[in-house]
Write a protein that binds this ligand. Structure first.
Ligand SMILES: [Zn+2]
Length: 236
């Protein structure tokens, strides 16, 4: 303290304002990579949801490769990237399993499965949920990755736009994020987006989706979008 007062007054003022500025940015969370929705400084939790699994294969390509396996491969890679950059990642499944086993004679398995995924996101207090899927269309020409968001969620739309932007860097034809009324992203209290990483009905794209290299490219884009969104949010 004594040292502070023997300094020239101009330098003292400079030090004082520097300290104030530092404290201001510190309180604003500027020096922390991310700020969670609750405003606390712990690492944010991101839920990655590989769609389908177990008894539910999802859609498939001409060769019978199932959507559930591609979803899981992309999700696991995205998790690795996000963890590498210091985020907490919770996967709704890490293997070929469903979250609500088929019970003979009991209906609503699919709904119970989706509810179990949402419960995971709520219990982990996740900042948001990113569900990974593959699309299919009777129109064999349709291709490309599209990110869907809950039309009632501004936060979801923002996240979808950033992930879409990153995905477009890997796409032959850039796409635009779109509103989608999927059950898993329509839940209150959970900001969710659903990424359709490509069309299994498009022969060429289905070929790409089967390769680890392309799965890795998609995972990197999804993770890159999530990371960018976290940083931009922290600076808002
Ligand atoms: Zn699906």
């Amino acid at each position: 303290m004594v040292v502070f007062w023997v300094l020239p007054s101009g330098f003292r003022t400079y030090l004082f304002f520097s300290a104030c500025l530092f404290l201001f940015f510190l309180s604003a969370g500027y020096f922390y990579p991310y700020r969670t929705a609750q405003g606390s400084l712990q690492k944010p939790v991101i839920v990655i949801d590989p769609g389908h699994g177990g008894v539910d294969g999802g859609t498939s390509d001409q060769q019978g490769i199932l959507e559930k396996d591609i979803n899981l491969a992309v999700a696991l890679r995205a998790r690795d990237y996000l963890q590498h950059y210091g985020l907490n990642v919770v996967l709704t499944r890490t293997s070929d399993t469903d979250l609500s086993p088929f019970v003979p004679g009991k209906t609503g398995r699919h709904r119970r499965d989706l509810e179990a995924r949402i419960r995971k996101a709520r219990e982990s207090k996740s900042l948001f949920l990113v569900s990974i899927h593959c699309d299919w269309s009777a129109d064999k020409k349709r291709r490309g990755a599209v990110v869907f968001y809950n039309p009632n969620s501004a936060a979801g739309k923002k996240l979808a736009a950033v992930i879409q932007e990153e995905l477009n860097k890997t796409q032959a034809v850039p796409k635009k994020e779109a509103p989608g009324r999927y059950f898993i992203i329509m839940q209150s209290g959970v900001t969710g987006v659903l990424v359709e990483v490509g069309f299994l009905s498009h022969p060429e794209e289905a070929g790409l989706l089967r390769t680890p290299a392309y799965q890795d490219q998609l995972a990197r884009a999804v993770a890159g979008g999530i990371l960018r969104h976290c940083r931009e949010q922290a600076l808002d």
